[in-house]
Design a protein around this ligand. Structure first.
Ligand code: F6P
Length: 328
């Protein structure tokens, strides 16, 4: 061990994601393996403010690897956005004896952590966990794979009724400002069109696609719409817009909502969580601080937390091309 770390605190924050429990488990067990005390923080940053702490040992995390959600609970904490809130959080971390903090969450979680680093020089390591898969520096975030499978299963079911009734279904999926869930589930479920925020011509694409579908004799259609789509219309307004120009379509809207965040984590997410949880503790032990541990080409990598927070520019254009070819 290269430094004097004897106590690591861990919290989950922001929208929960399947695999968070598996990540907590890996953090706790890695701490146990390296003889480091692990302090669990309940309810994310709110728990730091309220000193809602509990010692965790290897046995505290038995039977959690297969559970969705997070047993440490989560929150979106307004008070942590205020300087006095962060001062209280820092004081509480010091008084519980924590030498470093592992935060498991998405962009908002990391933005809060970066403030703790900048203002108090308190060491933090982030583990990316959000169904949105919208974090720089990692190929995958925890929960994304499970959410994708949930979405594809739901769309498969909707397809049965869509084809039985010759209907057009607009299916809204989550993802905030990223189209990863929409694009990947759309390809995986064989959607006719996919609307994602990374493209500015999604409305034109949709109308062209629907017109040509009709000409080709397609009688039912599945359109996947990312919640962050930038066409300027929500999914219900889109439905009205389509109906006005294509009157013979029988259209239904389905907003999948929070079912996408729940459920048993996939094996992929459990393995990823285990790698990143161990990687986070080992980063701290090796004095690689203020980073996010991510996955790149199957390897655990560390990138500065401040870079992970930057808006992601990447968008899988190759998959869009595949989507266009496979939906003809
Ligand atoms: O970031 C995860 C996410 O599920 C997004 O896809 C979605 O936009 C948002 O959280 C919903 O947040 P809430 O649960 O606070 O409504």
């Amino acid at each position: 061990m290269d430094n004097n770390i004897s106590n690591i605190a861990v919290l989950t924050s922001g929208g929960d994601a399947p695999g968070m429990n598996a990540a907590i488990r890996a953090v706790v067990r890695a701490c146990s393996f390296y003889n480091i005390k692990c302090t669990g923080v309940f309810r994310g940053y709110q728990g730091l403010l309220d000193a809602d702490f509990e010692d965790l040992d290897a046995r505290s995390v038995r039977n959690v690897i297969n559970k969705g959600g997070t047993f440490l609970k989560s929150s979106r904490c307004e008070d942590f956005r205020k300087p006095e809130g962060r001062k209280l959080a820092y004081d509480n971390l010091k008084s519980v004896g924590a030498d470093a903090l592992i935060v498991i969450g998405g962009n908002g979680t990391f933005t809060g952590a970066q403030l703790l680093i900048d203002e108090y020089n308190f060491p933090v390591v982030g583990i990316p966990a959000t169904i949105d898969n919208d974090i720089n520096g990692t190929d995958y975030t925890l929960g994304y794979d499970t959410a994708l499978n949930t979405v594809v299963e739901a769309i498969d079911k909707i397809r049965d009724t869509a084809s039985s009734h010759n209907r057009l279904f607009l299916i809204e999926v989550m993802g905030r400002d990223a189209g990863d869930i929409a694009l990947n589930s759309g390809v995986g479920a064989g959607a006719e069109e996919i609307m994602i925020p990374e493209e500015t011509d999604s409305m034109r694409r949709l109308m062209d696609s629907l017109k040509s579908s009709r000409k080709k004799g397609k009688t039912s259609s599945i359109i996947v719409v990312a919640e962050g789509d930038k066409s300027g219309k929500n999914v219900f307004e889109l439905s009205e817009h389509i109906q006005e120009s294509l009157e013979d379509y029988d259209i239904r809207v389905s907003v999948l909502g929070h079912i996408q965040r729940g459920g048993v984590p996939s094996c992929f997410d459990r393995v990823l969580a285990s790698k990143l949880g161990v990687g986070a503790v080992e980063a701290i032990i090796n004095n690689t601080l203020n980073v996010m541990v991510g996955i790149s080409h199957k390897k655990v990598v560390q990138i500065p937390l401040k870079d992970a927070i930057e808006p992601r520019r990447y968008f899988d254009k190759e998959l869009r091309r595949v989507a266009d070819i496979t939906s003809v």
